[in-house]
Design a protein around this ligand. Sequence first.
Ligand SMILES: Nc1ncnc2c1ncn2[C@@H]1O[C@H](COP(=O)(O)OP(=O)(O)OP(=O)(O)O)[C@@H](O)[C@H]1O
Ligand SMILES: [Mg+2]
Length: 472
Amino acid sequence: MKEQSNNHNLALIDENSVFWWKAIVESINDGVLVIDHDGYVRMINPEYTRITGVTPDIIGKPLTEYRPGSQLPKTLKDRQCRVGVYRKTEDREYVVDMAPIIVNEQVIGAVSVCKSLTEVHKLSLELQKQNEKVRQLEKQMNALYKVKYTFDDIIGKDGGLKDVVYVAKRVSDSNLPILITGESGTGKELFAQAIHHNSFRGNKPFIPVNCASIPPSLLESELFGYGEGAFTNAKKGGKVGLFEMADQGTLFLDEIGDMPYDLQAKLLRVLQESKVRRVGETEERNINVRIIAATHQDLQQLVNKNRFRDDLFYRLNVICLHIAPLRERREDIPELIHSLLYSSRTLAVTNRSAYTIDKQTLEFMRSYDWPGNVRELKNVIDYATCITEGTEIKLHHLPSVITKHEMHRLDSMPKPRGQTLKDITEEAELKYIKEVLGKFGDDMEGRKKAAKSLGISLATLYNKMKKYRVHQ
Ligand SMILES: Nc1ncnc2c1ncn2[C@@H]1O[C@H](COP(=O)(O)OP(=O)(O)OP(=O)(O)O)[C@@H](O)[C@H]1O
Ligand SMILES: [Mg+2]
C-alpha cells in the first residue's frame, strides 16, 4: 500500500517534470534537438524547426537516417562537447553546440543547440553599421576640431620668435602641460594649435575653451559635463564635457588666469589623476587629454594675490613658453608684413597680384610699437590692402589712428622742390631726434626720456641714431 502511494507520487512528479521541461525547451530562443543513447530523436523544439527546417515527424526516428551529416551521434560515442560547428544546407546557415547528456556516469543521450547565422549575420551587419556611424561621427568631430595653424605658419626670425618656436617643437610630443604667456595678439593660440598639430595627438580633437568668456557658474559643467537630472534645465541624458570631448587630443584652456578659484582645484585633480567626474554623478571616467593653458596675465602675481592656486601654477608651469610682444622683437616685423601682404584677406577676395610696401611705410611699421601685437599688424595690413587702389602700400593707406603723429609731422614740414618725401621725412626725423636729445641730454637717462617723449622704444631710438649717425 505504502509502496503504491510512493509510486503514485513519483508518477505525478514525473508528469509535472515532463510538462515543465517540455514547456522550457519549447520557449527557448535557440533550436534544441535531443537524441537518446541509441541515436533516436526524442525531442525538438519549434525554434529548431524554424532554423533548420527539420519538422517534428523526425521524433522517434534515427537521426543519422534523416540528417546524415550530423555530428551529434559522434558526441554519444566520444562524450566530447562540440562548440560553434558551422552547418549549411541549401538556404540555411547556422552554428551548433553539442553536448552529451550524462547521468550516473552513463551517456543517456546528446543534445544539440543551434543558432541561425542569418540572425547572427543581421546582428553583425547592424553592429557594423553602427560602428561605421560612430567612425563617421568621430571623423566629423575631429574635422570640426581640427587645427588651422601649424609651425609652418609661425613667422619667427633669429633674435625674434625663432628660439621659442624651437622649444615649442621640442616639447610638442611630450604629454606634459604647457603654459603659454604673452600679451594679447602675440600668437598664443597659434602656438597651441601648432604644438597640437605637431604632436602624436594631431589627428584628434583640439578643443579651445576661453575661461574668461564663459560665465563662472557655467564653466564647470562645460568642462566636466553633467549627469541626467544634475540640475533643473539639465538636458535629458546629461551632457558630455569638453574634457571628454578632447579625449586623446588637446584641451586649450585660454585665459586660464580667469578660471574661478574652486574650479582650479578640480582642474589640478584632472591633471593628477587623468579622471573626470560629470557634475551630479559619482562615477569617474578615465580621460587622456593634453592640457595647454594660456594667459596674458602674470600668474605669479595672481598667486601672490591668492587669486590663482600655487599648486596648479607649479603643475602648469613645467614648460612655459613666453611670447614676447612685437615691439621687443622688431626683427620679425618685415617678414610678418610680407607674409601678411601675401596672404591678405583682400587678396583672397579681389584676386589681385601680391601687394608691395614702400620703404618709408615699412620703416614706420618697424618702429611702431604695436600694442595689439601681430593681430593689430594683421588688421592694419588688411585695412591698407583694402584701401589702396593699386598694389603698393604707402603710409597714407594705413589707418590714421596709428599714423596721425607721423602724418602731422610730415605735413608741417617745408617741401622744397627736387626732394622726395622720404628725404623730407628723414631730414625732419633727424632734426627732431637731435632736438629732443638736446633737451633731455645725451646720456642713458636722457635717451630714455627722449624715446618716451618721441613715442618710440629705446631700441628704436638707438636704431634711428645709428641710421642718422647721431653721436652715440
Ligand atoms: N609669429 C606669427 N606668425 C604668423 N602669424 C602670427 C604670429 N603670431 C600671431 N599671428 C597671427 O596673429 C593673430 C593673433 O594670434 P593669436 O590669436 O594666436 O593671439 P593670442 O595671443 O591668442 O591673442 P589673445 O590673447 O588676444 O587671445 C592670428 O591671426 C595669428 O595667426
Ligand atoms: Mg587667444
